[in-house]
Structures are given as structure tokens and as C-alpha cells.
Design a protein around this ligand. Structure first.
Ligand code: PMP
Length: 395
């Protein structure tokens, strides 16, 4: 049987990680995988998570199953964190999921149950896993224009034009903040225009929010999601705690479905529980329990927010430093967008050949589309990167 298997496409980012690991050159720089790293290149366990884990060890009396939707306190806390008071709580159904990936997958599963004809529209480019999961599920997908490589900004006219070509009931997948892989984000005015087009065409929004707190702050980063949430009867939201709580390996995420009223929400909830049951029964609980403990304890929450803010401001500082260096070295404003982008990523607009040269000649690793992880830098490596970029674009 197993001899019938054929090779599956390799994950490009994971392959890049392996190449980086095997590179023996001193001073090599890893700007590949999307994991936050501090100035020492470490991905530390956040203080509040450590405290919550200690408390859990002391106080948890059972590891019996949770409900199919996960711990209700986790759902309450995350709905409050992401949606604030933008939507009545009884309109929101939610299931805990294994990470944001699980939330996306379950969101797509819910779409397929509710409307198998729906095409899912993803930004060009988007997080590659969106595309590959949809492909794996054999769901119709199309891309809308989003990023303009020549400016490092958004091709907004292209985006609106493409969305206007979607059919009623189609799903528009938006990134809540800190767009991956580009770093370019819609303004609130732009999202209002997108909402108007979507309402006009009867499109349904799905939001993937994986970096809340990494861009402009916790509430500012949720603003697009909340604006969309108030505008539509139905909204799907896939949220990840991997980055903003630093619990990558605990697999902590949540799928929310906003329904038009409480009755519809009960039906959504029942279907979402069913989807959890079919795919893995009970979702992981450890990370979720730590997250809800932090969010509901004022002291832990304040400490978490303070640490997250340090992370956010550190990345902004690196962005500014890199944009300044590039401006100086290239004598142009061509890379000013690096300081405008938000989140962990920026797409630099370099060619695949230039990306390859950065790797072979400078031991600088970035994704083939020239996405860099800002958090892979520190104040000493920013000038190294800037010099290398100036050199390869000067070639
Ligand atoms: N969505 C986006 C846009 C992401 O960048 C990521 C992480 N790379 C995720 C979802 C999911 O992350 P995880 O499954 O690790 O929570």
C-alpha cells in the first residue's frame, strides 16, 4: 500500500530552515521562519506563561477531557481580546483549535459544510498554508491582487477590482493585522471600502489574525477585525495565540463564527463542535488554559501586555533602523516602506536571484519571495543586512 505514495511538495520555509542549520559560516543570519526572536536570537517563554504554567501545576486537579469546544473560559477571554464589545456575545460561536492553522482549517471545513460552492478568495500573496490547505481540501480558491512589489504597498485598486468579480456567497480571507508575508496592511478607510464592495456583492468575510499585538498594539491590531465584525451578519475569525503568547508548540488557537442571531449561533456552535469531533475530538488545552488564566488575572495580564509591548516596540525600532540604513546606503527612499510595514514580516521586493545571492554570498537567509522576519535581526545585524542588500541590488 504505502509504495503507492508519491512525494508531497516540501514546505519551502522548513526546507530553508534546514539549509540554514547546515550552513557552517559564522555570522549567518536567519530571517526565514516566522518565529519571534529577541536580540540574542532566543524565543523565550513569556513571563506570564511561565507564571500561569506554575499555577497550573499547583492548582490543576484533573486532566480529564474538556468539552468539544474546549474550555469555555478560553473562548470568553479570546472573544473579548479579539472582538472587544463590537458584537453581542450570544452571536459568537467558538471552538478551541490546534493553533491558528487548526482554526483556519476548521474555518474552511465550516465553509464547506455551509456552502460547498463558495470560492475562497485569498490575497496575492498570502500565508502559503492558506493556499495549500485549500488545495488539499479541494476547495475552490482564487487570489485577489493585494501587494504591489514596485512600491512595497497595497495594490488597492487591483484588490477592489478583483473582489468585485467574486460571486455572492464567496469567502474573502483577510489578514486581521500584520499581513504575512508582506507586512503591508489595509487602513481603516480602505477596509471600509472593501466592506462596501463585499456587502454589494454578498461576500462573506473570514479573518485570520495571528499577530495581534505585534503591529500597533492589541486594540489597534484588532480594529480591522472589529470593523468587519460589526458590518456583517456572518464572519469567521481564525485567531492564533502562537506568537502573541509565545506558545507556538502548545498549539493554541480558536475559530470564532459570528452568526446573525443567537439561534443561528447555536447552530454554528453545534456544527463547529461536530467538526472538532470528526477531526480530533477535544482540542489541546494546556496553552489555552494558560492564555485564559493570563487574560482573566489583572496582574498576569498586565505583565503579559508589558512584555508583548517590548516585543512590538523592539521590532518597530529594527524596522526604522533598517529603513534608515537602506536610505543612506542606496541614496533613495525605495525601502522606506520597511518602516511603514507592521508585524514580523516585510517583503522587500527582491528578485529570486538576489535572494539566492544573499544566501550564497552573504549567508543571509530569507524566504524566496524576499520576505524577511524582522525579529531575526538585532541592532548589530541590521547594518550587515542593509550593506548586503545594497550590494545585491547594485549588481
Ligand atoms: N495565519 C498566519 C497568517 C500565520 O502567519 C500563521 C503562523 N505562521 C498562522 C495563521 C498559524 O499559526 P499557528 O498554527 O502556529 O498558530
Amino acid at each position: 500500500m504505502l509504495e503507492n505514495l508519491s512525494q508531497q511538495p516540501a514546505d519551502k520555509i522548513l526546507a530553508l530552515m534546514a539549509q540554514y542549520k547546515a550552513d557552517e559560516r559564522p555570522g549567518k543570519i536567519d530571517l526565514g521562519v516566522g518565529v519571534y526572536k529577541n536580540a540574542e536570537g532566543k524565543t523565550p517563554v513569556m513571563r506570564a506563561i511561565k507564571a500561569a504554567e506554575r499555577r497550573l501545576v499547583e492548582e490543576q486537579e484533573s486532566k480529564s477531557y474538556t468539552g468539544l469546544a474546549g474550555d469555555p473560559a478560553f473562548a470568553d477571554a479570546m472573544i473579548e481580546l479579539v472582538l472587544g464589545d463590537s458584537v453581542a456575545r450570544d452571536r459568537v460561536a467558538a471552538i478551541a483549535t490546534p493553533g491558528g492553522t487548526g482554526a483556519c482549517r476548521q474555518g474552511f471545513e465550516l465553509v464547506r459544510l455551509a456552502n460547498p460552492q463558495a470560492t475562497v478568495w485569498v490575497s496575492n500573496p498570502t500565508w502559503p498554508n492558506h493556499v495549500s490547505i485549500l488545495k488539499f481540501m479541494d476547495m475552490p480558491q482564487k487570489a485577489y491582487r493585494y501587494f504591489d512589489d514596485s512600491t512595497g504597498g497595497i495594490d488597492f485598486d487591483g484588490m477592489l477590482e478583483d473582489l468585485a468579480g467574486a460571486k455572492a456567497g464567496d469567502i474573502v480571507l483577510l489578514h486581521g493585522c500584520c499581513h504575512n508575508p508582506t507586512g503591508a496592511n489595509l487602513t481603516l478607510d480602505q477596509i471600509d471600502e472593501v466592506i462596501a464592495v463585499m456587502e454589494g456583492k454578498g461576500l462573506v468575510p473570514m479573518i485570520d489574525i495571528a499577530y495581534q499585538g505585534f503591529g500597533d498594539g492589541l486594540d489597534a491590531d484588532a480594529a480591522v477585525t472589529r470593523r468587519v465584525a460589526t458590518a456583517f451578519d456572518n464572519v469567521l475569525i481564525a485567531a492564533s495565540c502562537s506568537k502573541n503568547f509565545g506558545v507556538y508548540r502548545e498549539r493554541t488557537g480558536i475559530l470564532m463564527a459570528i452568526s446573525k442571531d443567537a439561534d443561528e449561533a447555536a447552530l454554528s456552535q453545534q456544527n463547529m463542535n461536530y467538526l472538532n469531533r470528526q477531526n480530533y475530538s477535544f482540542p489541546p488545552d494546556h496553552g489555552a488554559r494558560c492564555v485564559s488564566m493570563i487574560l482573566s488575572d489583572p496582574e498576569l495580564r498586565a505583565d503579559w501586555q508589558a512584555e508583548l509591548e517590548e516585543v512590538r516596540l523592539g521590532m518597530l525600532e529594527l524596522r526604522k533602523q533598517l529603513a534608515d540604513e537602506l536610505r543612506r546606503l542606496t541614496n533613495s527612499d525605495a525601502f522606506d516602506f520597511v518602516a511603514e510595514h507592521r508585524g514580523m514580516f516585510s517583503r522587500l521586493g527582491l528578485s529570486p536571484e538576489q535572494v539566492e545571492t544573499l544566501k550564497t554570498d552573504h549567508a543571509i537567509y530569507m524566504v524566496g519571495d524576499s520576505r524577511i522576519n524582522i525579529a531575526g535581526l538585532n541592532k548589530d545585524t541590521v547594518p550587515v543586512l542593509a550593506r548586503a542588500i545594497a550590494e545585491v541590488i547594485g549588481d
